[in-house]
Design a protein around this ligand. Structure first.
Ligand code: ES4
Ligand code: ZN
Length: 326
């Protein structure tokens, strides 16, 4: 009870959030109506019932379908603003969010529509909620590197509105090495880099993210624990892992929440953080993820402080901004 309250009231940063994954069924229906999009579900409950999956690919199929209602600048604004007001209640004070630009480009939504809607909400978040933020364009790894390069070209006029680049979608069969050249270009342009690795994929994909993409963070990284040398490498380099407990449970990356390795990660010196990934799909926002850990694992007060501290230490903010939060 006391731990739950502490987790609730601690100021936190969220570092692993796909904004399209915050699209709740209610908003899917609202936007479908507003945009005249036909849905294959008669009501909110039937859509929510379809939010059922057993692995990453099954989830992604539903996730890419759900975002088909996002057409206008206003839709991207509403999506992002709704997320920010929701996590404000969780005492999230800093957010670094992904958007899947290529998924929207494939549906014919121009990149300026995507970025300006999201950015306008982030600006409001700063002014009205005091939430600072970074925006990360995440490349889809099931598409080609050439497609990623074309997307980078389309983003050229808006690079001042982006803070970093990521890599997500279907992991197995799409190793980081496939994107070595495009991330080298992103780094040359001065951007931060992160990549999903070791969610379903092997430790080798985490090595590739470090050695070939030269990432600043690892998203998920669960399977790093299978390789003791890799764990040492990650701790030596002080790399942050953006861990997503409810996501891991729903996508069967872990069998049960009481089997979740986050406390093992902390014990081995890894800079693990708690994040929601796709909160509308996985059963909750940041504090729901903390609650799941507290209810199923022997979490201590010190663990909670460490996790929150890690979230600011791993954020792409200045040392001065970090000390304000710590
Ligand atoms: C994702 Cl959980 C997860 N993994 C990989 N790609 C994603 N895109 C949205 N959520
Ligand atoms: Zn993710």
């Amino acid at each position: 009870e006391e731990l739950l309250q502490l987790a609730q009231r601690m100021p936190k940063a969220e570092l692993h959030l796909h904004i399209e994954g915050s699209l709740e069924p209610e908003m899917v229906f609202r936007l479908a109506l507003r945009n005249g999009v036909r849905l294959n579900y008669p009501n909110v409950n039937s859509l929510r019932a379809a939010y059922a999956f057993n692995n990453l690919q099954e989830f992604l199929n539903i996730y890419y379908t759900g975002m088909s209602v996002l057409l206008k600048e206003e839709d991207f604004f509403d999506l992002t603003w709704t997320y920010l007001t929701r996590v404000h209640q969780d005492n999230v004070v800093h957010v670094e969010m992904f958007f899947d630009s290529q998924a929207h480009l494939e549906r014919g939504i121009p990149i300026d529509v995507q970025i300006s809607g999201i950015r306008r909400a982030l600006q409001n978040g700063k002014e009205q909620l005091g939430i600072s933020s970074k925006l990360i364009l995440s490349f889809l790894r099931h598409l080609s590197e050439e497609h990623a390069f074309e997307t980078l070209k389309l983003a050229k006029p808006f690079l001042d509105q982006l803070d970093g680049f990521g890599l997500d979608s279907t992991e197995i069969g799409n190793p980081p090495e496939k994107f070595a050249r495009v991330f080298a270009r992103c780094r040359e342009l001065g951007f931060k880099i992160t990549a999903h690795a070791g969610e379903e994929g092997p430790p080798d994909y985490v090595y590739q993210a470090l050695d070939l993409l030269r990432v600043d963070r690892i998203d998920h990284g669960n399977r790093s624990l299978d390789d003791a040398v890799l764990v040492h490498r990650l701790t030596d380099e002080g790399k942050t892992l953006t861990v997503c407990p409810l996501s891991n449970l729903k996508l069967c990356v872990v069998k049960d929440m009481d089997q979740h390795p986050i406390l093992t990660m902390l014990k081995r010196g890894l800079k693990a953080t708690v994040n929601s990934d796709d909160p509308a799909y996985f059963g909750g926002y940041v504090n729901d993820n903390y609650r799941a850990l507290i209810e199923h694992l022997p979490v201590t007060r010190e663990d909670l402080y460490q996790l929150a501290r890690n979230s600011f230490e791993g954020a792409w903010i200045t040392e001065e901004e970090k000390t304000k939060h710590l």
